[in-house]
Ligand binder design. Structure first.
Ligand code: SAH
Ligand code: SF4
Ligand code: F3S
Length: 446
């Protein structure tokens, strides 16, 4: 009988995409994919280390899973960002782990597991990807049947001072546009309705050749890619993450030109204080950022904007934090992800004194959250009475008779509906604005 593998994923969309890739390799090598950690022969955790809690979570989970086991001890493996950064020390920290596979070892996971199954202890691979780049995942191996993540650039060269990603993911590596387009066409044939082009900084997209972009205009390679993927006819296209300094206004022109480029931009600001932004080495000031926002507001279409903010960066004073509150109020975000600063080993910010107390970080977190909640309420209320085009992705977790999905402006929309709607794009008239979602009724289905 073939060994069964259970793979659990933490972290960002890049990890989700890597897990899909790993699953394809595992199946091709004859492993059975298991949806339960209790009975699988092999348990793999695809890990995130962007914040201390994220890294800590995986060790907690390993303990939890081992306690729940009914049968014999499984082979436990750690892949992803914690694996890349911690390497062999994971074996010492958690003796039940026998496989450590770095962020570039995804494609070699099957052979690493097979060595462990044969009794080899401490199997580790932190090397660069051997041979050619393997990016594509067949449509049949995706997490969702309707929405697919397509990586366009891996790694990050920005080195924001607080961030671990350039160390865990390495330098930027862009994928050829012709491969991206081929993958999107393939997904379209399999009935996918929405694609997210993903990368830590999509604006840095810079493929080695022009393949797939011939004759396509645009101010930057990313702007050209946007127009090229729009031309595939894929129904809905979204992209994350946009780095403010490199955000070119031609992206807005492309969104204006192509209806299938969705009206949502994730543009993380991180702070509203120029002093803190400089210490973070973000390469933009608050006013540079607000100029980008102005350009977005001047676009023909009404574009939703979301952001990430870190509170309690070393040296952040109460006055700096006021600047952040002010910026958040000025922008009026459709959604905001707030994080308390968490020192990451060996990053430049780790040499600064982490001087904002835990209590103060929590207090700033809550104050910012309240500010955002009040603003978001107003923004969401403006949608009442309007119609949104929603891709029906599944049953609502709160009410089983309701369906849930995202609008083109990337709001969560819930509504009464039946199973036949799954995977369809429906028009929903919004009747109620909730805190983090909209509620409405389907007025036309295909
Ligand atoms: N590439 C993206 C996001 C990377 S990580 C970007 O440039 O915005 C996602 C978010 O985690 C970041 O935007 C940041 O807000 C948060 N984050 C990253 N490192 C952090 C740290 N050390 N402490 C707290 N939050 C952090
Ligand atoms: Fe981290 Fe900055 Fe790169 Fe984003 S752009 S992944 S925050 S270093
Ligand atoms: Fe986390 Fe790695 Fe993504 S650190 S956010 S899983 S790139």
């Amino acid at each position: 009988m073939n060994a069964s593998v259970y793979l659990e994923t933490f972290g960002c969309q890049m990890n989700v995409a890597d897990s899909e890739r790993a699953n394809v390799r595992l199946q091709a090598a004859g492993y059975e994919l298991s949806s339960s950690a209790e009975a699988a022969d092999v348990i793999i955790f695809n890990t995130c280390s962007v914040r201390e809690r994220a890294a800590h979570k995986v060790f907690t989970r390993i303990g939890e899973v081992r306690r729940q086991r009914i049968g014999r001890e499984p082979i436990v493996g750690v892949m992803g960002c914690v694996a890349q950064l911690e390497g062999g020390s994971i074996f010492d920290a958690s003796p039940s782990v026998s496989v450590v596979a770095g962020t570039r070892a995804t494609d070699r996971l099957p052979e690493l597991i097979s060595r462990a199954l044969k009794g080899e202890g401490r199997v580790i691979d932190l090397e660069e990807r051997a041979g050619g780049e393997v990016w594509d995942v067949p449509a049949t191996a995706r997490t969702s049947k309707y929405v697919a993540f397509v990586p366009i650039i891996e790694g990050c060269n920005k080195f924001c001072t607080y961030c671990i990603v350039p160390y865990s993911r390495g330098r930027e590596k862009s994928r050829e546009a012709s491969d991206i387009i081929a993958e999107i066409n393939e997904l379209r044939r399999h009935g996918y309705r929405e694609i997210h082009l993903i990368g830590q900084n999509v604006n840095s997209y810079r493929p080695k050749t022009d393949s797939g972009l011939e004759g396509i205009k645009g101010a930057t390679p990313f702007c050209r890619l946007l127009r090229a993927v729009a031309a595939t006819g894929m129904e809905r296209l979204k992209f994350t993450t946009s780095f403010p300094r490199d955000f070119h206004p031609d992206i807005l022109a492309a969104i204006d030109e192509h209806e299938n480029l969705c009206e949502w931009i994730h543009l993380p600001v991180q702070s509203g204080s120029d002093r803190v932004l400089r210490a973070m080495r973000r390469g933009h000031t608050a006013s540079d950022y607000l100029k980008r926002i102005d350009a977005i507001r001047r676009a023909r279409r009404n574009i939703s904007v979301t952001s990430d903010i870190i509170v309690g960066f070393p040296g952040e004073t109460a006055a700096d934090f006021r600047e952040t509150l002010k910026l958040v109020e000025e922008v009026g975000y459709d959604g905001l992800y707030i994080f308390k600063y968490s020192e990451r080993p060996d990053t430049p910010a780790a040499s600064l004194l982490d001087d904002v107390t835990r209590e103060e970080k929590s207090a700033r977190f809550m104050e910012l959250e309240t500010t955002q909640r009040n603003f978001q309420k107003k923004i969401y209320e403006r949608y009442v009475g309007r119609e949104l085009r929603v891709l029906v992705e599944g049953a609502s977790s709160k009410s089983p008779s309701d369906k849930t999905g995202h609008s083109t402006c990337h709001k969560v929309v819930n509504f009464p509906g039946d199973g036949s709607m799954l995977g369809q794009v429906v028009n929903v008239r919004i009747t109620v604005a909730k805190q983090n979602s909209l509620y409405g009724e389907v007025i036309s289905a295909p």
